[in-house]
Design a protein around this ligand. Structure first.
Ligand SMILES: O=C(NC1CCCCC1)[C@H](C1CCCCC1)n1c(-c2ccc(-c3ccccc3)s2)nc2ccccc21
Length: 233
């Protein structure tokens, strides 16, 4: 098998993405809060809306650092952000859930999420996704580039210049492919498995509006930003 090597440009691109990904972490650690105590459905809903609002801001900042993103058509930039925030939220949640924690913490965290107010029918697909992400043991470079690939999805609704987005995404996919070979030399199909998770992620995110409107509580209040992002109200 030929030696896989990243070009100088690819290494620079990856460094830019990873730095941006690490710079734009979520301010306070939601897992820590959830491990402290079991909140009511109302408190959890509020916590999610707060986390989601800061996650959207974080995502906008991260996206600005994706080389080429700011040269896309302005409306396409918005369409890509609007179309990917929920998936990015679940992807980041999966990474938070799969993070190495002291024994027993993951069990407690799962318990807290199961009792958070999210309707029961979404628990199995959600935790299946979280566990399938955890099993991949992604390195942070892979997490960062996978997030960029999720944002640069050409088939999001209302994207006009498909080609331009496809070109950017393809550049990212080439970097990810090489990274997977270098990081997981034993697993031939690791790259394919990673991309398979994006399909699972899209399916999971499909139910997000119903998850929110059937949260086990009365009058669900959303901020204007979240109404826009979450297709609710
Ligand atoms: O805070 C959270 N996630 C942050 C989002 C931004 C990025 C950091 C993570 C929530 C909490 C769940 C329990 C109740 C409070 C909120 N969370 C979820 C979600 C389940 C369903 C979710 C959703 C998203 C969009 C639309 C409809 C539903 S997110 N999975 C987690 C796994 C591990 C730690 C937290 C986790």
């Amino acid at each position: 098998r030929e030696k896989v090597e990243m070009t100088k440009e690819q290494r620079a691109l990856m460094k830019a993405i990873v730095d941006a990904y690490n710079r734009h972490q979520i301010p306070q650690d939601v897992a820590k809060k959830l491990l402290q105590e079991q909140y009511s459905a109302e408190e959890n809903f509020l916590l999610l809306t707060e986390m989601a609002t800061s996650q959207v801001q974080v995502l906008v900042e991260f996206t600005k650092n994706i080389p080429g993103f700011l040269s896309l058509d302005r409306e396409d930039q918005i369409a890509l952000l609007k179309g990917s925030t929920v998936e990015a939220m679940f992807l980041r949640s999966a990474q938070v859930f799969s993070r190495k924690m002291p024994n027993g913490h993951t069990v407690v965290l799962e318990e807290r999420i199961r009792k958070s107010g999210i309707p029961d029918e979404f628990m199995t697909p959600m935790f299946n996704f979280y566990k399938s992400i955890g099993e991949l043991h992604m390195v942070q470079e892979e997490q960062a580039i996978l997030t960029a690939i999720t944002i640069l999805m050409p088939d999001r609704p209302y994207v006009k210049d498909h080609q331009a987005v496809e070109r950017l995404q393809e550049t990212m996919l080439n970097v990810l492919r090489k990274l997977c070979v270098l990081q997981h030399p034993q697993e031939q199909q690791y790259f394919a498995r990673l991309l398979g998770r994006l399909t699972e992620l899209r399916t999971l995110s499909h139910y997000h509006a119903e998850m929110l409107t059937s949260w086990k509580m009365n009058d669900h209040k959303f901020t204007p930003l979240l109404c826009e992002i979450w297709d609710v109200q």
